[in-house]
Design a protein around this ligand. Sequence first.
Ligand SMILES: [Zn+2]
Length: 353
Amino acid sequence: MEDIKIYEIAAQVLSGITDELNANIYAPLEGVLALTWSEVPKFNAYAKSKSDIDSPPDHVICIHYELVRQLYRDVESFCDFYFNHLTKSEWEAFFDGLDDAPPLTEFFTQEECTYNMFVGALTFIYFHELGHLLQQHGYIRQKFGESAETIINECQMASKSTLKGDAASVSHVTELCADFYATTKCLYELMRHFQDSKEELRVVLFIFVCGLSCVFHKFSGSAPYTPTEAPIGTHPNPSIRMEFNLPHIYELMDLIAVASGHSMSRRDLVHLCRRASDSSSLYQMAQKRVDWGYNNYLSIRGIPNRPEDHSYLKHIVITWDEIGTLLKKRTIGGHEFDFLSFTQEFRDQINRN
Ligand SMILES: [Zn+2]
């Protein structure tokens, strides 16, 4: 597919969502949400609030064309890797213990799969930016992180000194909040689109998780995937983002199973998410030419099985407890499923070490 066609698809999908959001959320508040595009050749998207916290929201989401192009090419390359390698029986030993992969090839061609994964991943990025705006993360960062920045960028700003301390912690937590919000919205969209075909929903959920992992890896760029004692920089690494989002996906899907009528059990959902995420990790390792043993930090094991991250996670929980109340109070709209949360069990697990 030519680049210009990719941009057209992106514009069509995101303009439609922007119109809906303006009609349903912004217009009743006398506010506005603008979608803009940047030709600066960076893998970036950003959210900007031009209004005061107490005024009608005047929000901007900007997507760089270069993000759209690279995202499509990465997803295309992943689907090629998946269809030509991971569907082969010799890989079954690697996925030992997990249920069979959903039958992608019975429902979609490789091109259709690429299209669906691209649209899912792009929509996730858009909703992530929307989450920053509706939950007033710029205001929260100013309040708690001593940041004077009014724009929230997704790419790591190489020219700036690396964030540390409270500013980094607040930045990481608000990134996880935006991920949480975006995942919830994307799952609702999937269920809305595929409500009449439950088997197809299972396949597109698998595709969505693969795309989500691609997004996190793309945003992390060449940053090392190694644990740190405390948050550093603006964004959590891709493994941490996946470890938070996967349980969110299967817990939410499990919670609404009866209402949505999908037939996946909690176990089905866990296996499906693990398999999709591990497929993406294999692709990342093939791209970076590292083997599983060399960097098993990429593999998703569940937070309790990552003791090397527990110190980092304590900072995340403490920071969330500091900012959560004000963040929820200042959020435009908002449902309890939209917000990051930590169970007592999770808190006990990370405090055990
Ligand atoms: Zn973000």
